[in-house]
Structure formats: C-alpha cells, structure tokens
Design a protein around this ligand. Structure first.
Ligand code: C2E
Ligand code: MG
Ligand code: MG
Length: 728
C-alpha cells in the first residue's frame, strides 16, 4: 500500500514537474485571476449603482412621507403620526424612522412602545432640515439617512428622517456570484479544456525538442525532429534540426581529420588502433582467430625519388584501390571515410564478426585487419592475392611503374593479445618477408610459416598434377544395400599419388584447392572421371550408381548444374545413376542457390545426398525443406555403436534412422567396420552400409574384381557376412 502511495506520489511529482502541467496551471491561474478581477469590478460598479438607486428611493419615500404628514401635522394625534411612521418603518431596507416638531418637543419613531416625548435619536440631518427648511441627507458605509422638513408657508414646522440600509459590497456580491455561477462555470471549464489543448500543442513540440536535444547530447546525431506545432515552434524546430545537421557535419569533418588518411581516404593509424584493439578483445572473448596483415610497398622510395611526391601519392591511392578491390572480392569490406564512423558506434559482436579493415599507417605502410578467420592459413590466401594485385604495373602519367609488396602476418590472440604486440609481430614478420626476397608474405610464427610453405607447395604441385593428368585417380568404395546385400552404389573418392610425397589423402589438399580456386577444375575432373566410369558400368551391364563429392566452392557457383549437365552429355552417363554428395552446411548456407541446382538436376534424375549428417548444426527438419534423397550418417556416430555400453550413441543413430525413415529418406551409414555395427543399423532400418567392413576405397580395376567376387560369393557366405538370414 505504502509502495503504491509512494509510486503515486512520485508519478504526481513527475506530472507536476512537467512543462505541460506547469504551463496549464499558469494559463488556468491567469484565467481565474482575470475572472476574479472582472467579478470584483462588476461588484464594485453594481454596489455603486444599487446605492445610487437606494438614495433616490430613500429620498422619494422620505418626500412622500413628509408631504403626507406636513398638512395635518398640527392636527394629528401623535399616535396617528406614529402609525404612519410605523407603516414606513417596516418597509424594505428601512432601519429607522423618526419625526420631530420644530421645537423638538416630541420624537416619534414609528414604534408605539417607545415614549413619544423623549428627544432621543434626533440627528444632525433632521435638525439641519428644520433649520434650513431644505432636505438633507448623509451616506455612511452602512446607512443612507434622509431628512425632509415638514413645511408650512415656507417654513419648517418639523422634520422627518428615514434611515435606509446602505447595501454593502458582500450583499451585492452574492447575487452577482450566484447569477454568474451557472454561466461562468461551463465557460471556465470549456476554457480550461481549450487551454489544455492549446497548451499541449505548444508544449508537445517543446517536449519533443528537449527530448531530441537530450538524445543529440548523448551523441545520437542521426536523430531527427518532427517539425510541427505553432509557427514559432516550427521555426525553433527547423533551427534545431539545422543545428543537428551542422553539428553532424562538423563532427564528421573532425572525424575525418582525426581518423581518415587524406591521401588515400582510408582509415588512419588512430582509427586502426581502435579497431584492432576491439577485434583482439572480441577474439579473446569469443575464442576465435583473427589476422593482421602488415603491408609494405617494395620500391616505393625509388618511385618517390625519381617521379616526385605527387607520383608517390598517386601510387598510394591506386594501391589502396587495388587492396580494397582484393578485399571486396574476398567478400570483405574495405572501409572508406564515412563508413568508418558508422562502425564506431555499435560494439555489437555480430556486426564486427566479418569486419575487415584496410588502413594506412603512414608512408607506404598499410594494414589489413581480418577480424575473424577460419584458420591462420586464410590470412596467407589474402596476402597472396594482395601481392598478385600489386604485381600489375602502376600508371604514372602514362608511364608504367613496377612495385611490389611485402606482407607480414600476425595471428591474434596467438601472437599477442594487445595492439602493440600484434602490430609489432606483424611488422617483424613483414621485415622477414623483405629479407627473404620481398614480394612475398611471412607469418610471425615459425610454425605457421612452415604450414604456409607446405600449403604453397601443395598448391603448386596440385596445379602440376591437374595438368599432367597422371597423379590423380578416383577410388571407389561400395555401399551395400542392407536388406538385399547387393552393392548398389559406389562413392568416388579422389586419390593423389604425389611423385615424391607418395599418397596424399584428400583431406590434406581439398581445402587448399578450395582456398586457391583449384577446386573448380579439380571438381570438374572428378565429375568427368566418375561419369566415364558410370558409362563404362552401364555398358558392361553393371547396375550400380556412383556418388560424387561436391565441395562448397563448386556448389556456390551458379553454373554448377550446367557443368554437371555438360559432363553427363559428354560422357553419355545416365543421370539417374549419378548421386551428388553435399554437406549439410553447404546446403544450409545458401538454401536458395542449393534449391536451384537441386531442382534443375533432379528433373534429370540426379540424386542428392547429405554427407556427414550430424556434424553440422542443422537438423533433419530444417534439411527436409530441401528435396534430398539420401542421408549419410557420419562415421563418428557409427563409431559410437562399437561400444555397446554407449547407450547415448545408439539412441542418436536410432533417432536419426527413425526420423529419416518416417520422412521417406534413404540412409547410408558411413564407416561401418564391424558386424555388430551392421546388425544394429540393419535392425533399425538403415538402407545402405559403407565401410571397411565390406571394402576400402579401390581403384576402378580392383573395384571390378571385388564386385565380381562379391556377386559370385555363395549366398551363405554373404548371409554370414550380413548376419541376416534373409539377406541374399
Ligand atoms: P567423405 O565423403 O565423408 O568420405 C568418406 C571418407 O571415409 C573417405 O575418406 C573414406 O575413405 C573414409 N571411410 C570409408 N569407410 C571407412 C571406414 O570404415 N573407416 C574409416 N576410418 N574411414 C572410412 P577419404 O577418401 O580420405 O575422403 C575424405 C573426405 O575427402 C571425404 O569425406 C570427402 O569429403 C573428401 N573427398 C574425397 N574425395 C573427394 C572429391 O572427389 N571431391 C571432393 N570435393 N571431396 C572429396
Ligand atoms: Mg562423401
Ligand atoms: Mg562422409
């Protein structure tokens, strides 16, 4: 209760402190004062009027009484005169009457109870009237006294006095108040309501104005103010909005001076310091990796010395353009002048997630901030592109000038967790790059350098492998239909027989091929080989389909479906025997593109499988929106089936199978290595099993042999293998 009281009190205080309330009170106060003043004036005038009337009335009554008395004054009985006076005495407003004779021998007051001969109550007016023979009167605050002589033959024989009430201010006021009350109250109420509305019209824009001012003061310069209300306030609002605009402009100018490099229009060292500090903090907090590239031009001094400083500036501008283009092409955002300001405002982690920033530290030193990268090697990919972009000659007034770039890479928080350390690490790495021949990149960490050069080597070797066409080969691993025990399909898996390094597993080069773009020719090559094999199977009457793995970079290409159709046409393979394997992240990253490819190819009969299902973050119901045919349960889940104690793993596999079956998807279990895994999978309705238990991936020749042998096997052997009585 006390709390409610307190709340109401504070609310009341808030309202009473509000400008609207106070202005309304002022208006009401003024109105009431005006009405009161008007009322007092009215009453004073009315009082005067009533008194004047009363005087006229008093004089005429007194004259009438005097005239009726004077003729017979001497002949009247005193009691008769008393009677006449009595009749007057009780008329309205009369408070006293009296009549006296000239000698003041009697005094009659209209009250028979009082003695007639007592000369009391004579008053100055009466005596004056006798003496002068003329009427006389006096007015005091509460009485009007009129005396009239009783004349005979021109001289006074006596006098009559009548005293009337003189109306007071308050007497006059009440009737006025009463008569005005009923007209005044509605008018006053209406006036107050109108005043309220009017005041609101004035105070609302004022309130908005002060709100806007507060927000602007808090730094929200994007705030605009709706300009309405009376003319003056509109002017004020306009002036205020103009002021905000000017303020914003000025701040932007200050910002530009403080944070933007004049020559290149890129963020400067100070801005970069803030951004890097923020990116490091975020990386530490969210346990992600970021990269800093320190880029220094090779041979810039020479250009400056031979072509002059203007040429130097032009090179810096062109260079920063090219850098920005590289970053843009990488789907990164290069920050230019004003963009910088917007990013300064929110510190939202998500907004910063993919933020890349290009800045000029001074001279020919630039930095590229990669706020978040998947792995340290991503920084090398960007560095390599920057070096390539710089390798094209620059144009100085028609002359071609060659310069290069050395890039030092620091990875945070790995190489340091503050601005100074990271910048120094990248700087040192850049010097190393310069020392080791320029026009190259180096990591600060020696391990990363080793990793980078390994990747570079693989990239170069893979290029050769693709050209020479004798190092790469497709292996095939069968998928066995669980209920018929027939090998209905085979997955094509790439193998690279490196002339020096020996067999390189796909996981060691596929992602490098993705990073450097080689995946496109590689992927096409795989598709061609697989389709040729498919055609060969078909020609030989072998009823088997082939599954080909598609990588993200391939899948994101808008021409993937065209390429697949082209290869199918060239090889003459039956599309219905081709299956494409995608991972769930690929499908979910860009479901629209995925759907487009899938729809086009499915019309031809190509089937789609989700590979490594369960390792991504999506779930079956999300994926089921895309028309897939097959789900391949990841090997890690099948692994869990080995341990009979691991009830959790078994439940997961059972659930996936149950859901897939109910949604009418086929399922493939990957990495089946034991009969107990196979049994469990078959029992819960898995469609196909793939794994070392049946066969490892094999070159096509070996695959033929395996296939023939499998089909020749005695049913009982197959049944024993499958441990399913009805299998064969
Ligand atoms: P994936 O598509 O999930 O292929 C299955 C991987 O599991 C293959 O490894 C296969 O050899 C292996 N595997 C099959 N059965 C068993 C088993 O019983 N136990 C164990 N431990 N492993 C088994 P591989 O050939 O090394 O390929 C690895 C990954 O490389 C593939 O995973 C696929 O994502 C990628 N890959 C392979 N070939 C290609 C290709 O031609 N193009 C693309 N884009 N990616 C490919
Ligand atoms: Mg696969
Ligand atoms: Mg897989």
């Amino acid at each position: 209760m006390a709390r409610i009281g307190g709340w109401m009190l504070s609310k009341l205080k808030f309202v009473s402190n509000g400008i609207h309330f106070r202005v309304l009170m002022l208006v009401i106060g003024l109105a009431v004062t005006l009405v009161a003043a008007q009322f007092v004036t009215d009453t004073v005038l009315e009082t005067q009027k009533v008194r004047d009337q009363r005087l006229v009335e008093a004089r005429s009554i007194t004259t009438v009484v005097a005239r009726s008395l004077e003729n017979q004054f001497d002949y009247f009985e005193l009691s008769d005169i008393e009677e006449i006076l009595k009749s007057v005495r009780f008329t309205e407003h009369v408070t006293q009457v009296s009549a006296v004779d000239r000698e003041l021998t009697f005094f009659l007051d209209g009250d028979p109870a009082t003695p007639t001969l007592l000369p009391v109550g004579n008053n100055a007016e009466q005596i004056k009237a006798i003496k002068t023979g003329k009427p006389d009167f006096s007015i005091t605050d509460d009485a009007i006294t009129v005396a009239e002589p009783l004349l005979r033959d021109g001289s006074a024989i006596g006098a009559v006095m009548i005293r009337f009430e003189n109306p007071t201010f308050s007497e006059v006021m009440w009737p006025i108040l009463q008569s005005n009350f009923f007209s005044l109250v509605p008018i006053l109420s209406l006036g107050i309501i109108l005043a309220g509305i009017l005041v609101k019209q004035i105070t609302s824009p004022l309130l908005r104005l002060s709100e806007t001012a507060e927000q602007v003061a808090d730094g929200d310069l994007k705030r605009t103010m709706p300009i309405e209300g009376p003319n003056e306030i509109r002017q004020l609002g306009l002036a205020f909005s103009g002021m905000i605009g000017k303020l914003k402009e000025n701040i932007e100018q200050i910002y530009e001076l403080a944070y933007v490099d004049r020559t290149t229009q890129l963020p400067n060292r100070e801005f970069f310091r803030k951004e890097l500090t923020r990116a490091i903090r975020r990386a530490v907090r969210q346990k992600v990796t970021g990269g800093l590239l320190f880029v220094d031009l090779d041979g810039f001094k020479r250009v400056n010395d031979t072509h002059g400083h203007d040429a130097g500036d032009a090179i810096l501008s062109q260079f920063s353009e090219r850098l920005a283009n590289v970053l843009r092409a990488e789907d990164l955002i290069a920050f230019k002048a004003m963009n910088a300001m917007e990013t300064e405002e929110g510190d939202s982690d998500n907004a910063n997630k993919n933020k890349q920033m290009l800045a000029r530290l001074g001279g020919d030193e630039f930095t590229v901030l990669l706020s978040e990268i998947r792995e340290p090697t991503d920084a090398a990919t960007v560095s390599q592109r920057i070096i390539e972009a710089v390798s094209e000659p620059f144009d100085i007034n028609g002359a071609k000038v060659n310069i290069g770039a050395s890039v030092g890479i620091a990875i945070f928080p790995r190489d340091g967790s503050d601005y100074q350390t990271i910048l120094k690490s990248a700087d040192m790495a850049m010097y190393q790059a310069k020392e080791e021949g320029k026009n190259t990149y180096r990591y600060f960490s020696s391990e990363l350098n080793a990793e980078a050069s390994r990747r570079m080597e693989i990239e170069q070797d893979l290029r050769i492998a693709l050209e020479e066409n004798n190092q790469l080969e497709l292996y095939y691993q069968p998928k066995i239909h669980c209920s018929s025990a027939l090998p209905k399909s085979a997955e094509a898996l790439i193998r690279w027989k490196h002339p020096e390094k020996g067999m390189i597993p796909p996981l060691d080069f596929i992602n490098i091929a993705e990073d450097c773009g080689l995946i496109l020719p590689l992927g096409k090559w795989v598709l061609e080989q697989a389709c040729k094999q498919l055609k060969a199977f078909e020609d030989e009457g072998i009823d088997i389909s082939i599954a080909v793995n598609i990588s993200t970079a391939q899948f994101e290409r808008p021409d993937l479906s065209d390429i697949v159709i082209e290869v199918l046409n060239q090889t003459g393979a039956n599309p219905a025997n081709l299956e494409l394997e995608l991972t769930e992240s690929m499908a979910m990253q860009n479901p629209d593109v995925a759907l487009k490819h899938i729809n086009i190819l499915k019309k031809l009969g190509v089937r789609f499988a989700i590979d490594d299902f369960g390792t991504g973050y999506s779930n079956l119901s999300q994926l089921s929106r895309l028309p897939f045919d097959v789900f391949k349960i990841d090997r890690s889940f099948v692994d869990k089936l080995t341990n009979r104690e691991d009830e959790h793993g078994r439940i997961i596999v059972r659930t996936i199978l149950g859901m897939a079956n109910s949604l009418n998807y086929e399922t493939v279990a990957e990495g089946v290595e034991t009969v107990s895994q196979l049994e469990f999978l078959s029992e819960y309705g898995c469609t196909y099993a793939q794994g070392y238990y049946f066969a490892r991936p094999m070159p096509s020749k070996e695959f033929y042999q395996w296939y023939t042998a499998w089909n020749k096997q005695d049913d009982s052997v197959v049944a024993a293998l499958m441990r399913q009585g009805s299998a064969a």
